[in-house]
Design a protein around this ligand. Structure first.
Ligand SMILES: [Zn+2]
Length: 225
């Protein structure tokens, strides 16, 4: 147990105003058949030696259990879902509408409900593939206002350009690393990967991903190294 902070407030345990410790402790709970550890928060009253939960704390502790379950099951946490949504500068309700989910779906995922695996995959795809999200936006064009569409399209397009730039940078970086290493030391691809801390799998999948017509000339010789 550790004290996070102290607050002077009306205490619901002794029904008096005094300094209350806000404490954190590790607890275990079984959720969906899985036992998880999570950090729970309580208010501690020194007059009654009691730990109590306000309505707000009950909500936060409930979310902490679910986030622990999500982490253990390889699902996005509520904060990660919020981060993806904020990356595209989009409201909970409108993201749900664009994806053709129930209007309150994203709000529930960010607050108390654990998402199913299929929805988790879609959220991850949005996070990693702005181009795909642009397609989703186009598909939902008639379902959202023109103003929202332009706002979200702009945000998604910015993410797309950013991603494209970083991929091109990575391609140049890997091209240089591989070419320079090969020319100067006749190393094998595995040695190059190890030396430069690229996993062979990562390099191969990266090169495959970028093996477009435009890049083919550059990428194919690298794949055959
Ligand atoms: Zn008290």
């Amino acid at each position: 147990m550790r004290i996070l902070r102290r607050e002077n407030k009306f205490c619901l345990s002794c029904m008096q105003e005094h300094t209350v410790d806000i404490i954190e402790r590790v607890e275990s709970e079984t959720f969906n058949g899985l036992k998880v550890n999570f950090n729970s928060i309580y208010e501690y009253c020194s007059n009654t030696d009691e730990c109590i939960e306000t309505e707000e704390i009950i909500k936060a502790n409930g979310l902490a259990v679910k986030d622990a379950y999500r982490r253990a099951s390889g699902l996005l946490t509520s904060a990660e879902i919020r981060k993806i949504r904020e990356k595209y500068n989009i409201s909970q309700k409108e993201l749900s509408e664009i994806l053709d989910w129930g209007k309150a779906t994203i709000t529930r995922y960010e607050n108390h409900q654990v998402q199913d695996r299929a929805h988790d995959d879609i959220l991850r795809k949005i996070d990693s593939d702005p181009q795909w999200f642009l397609e989703m936006l186009n598909r939902a064009k008639d379902r959202i206002s023109e103003k929202s569409f332009s706002k979200y399209y702009k945000a998604a397009y910015e993410q797309y350009v950013k991603k494209k730039r970083s991929s091109m940078y990575k391609l140049t970086e890997i091209n240089n690393v591989v070419s320079i290493s090969v020319i100067h030391s006749e190393r094998t691809c595995t040695e190059i990967c190890n030396r430069n801390m690229y996993s062979n799998k990562r390099l191969t999948s990266f090169l495959r991903e970028h093996s477009t017509d435009k890049n083919r000339g550059k990428v194919e010789p690298l794949l055959s190294i």
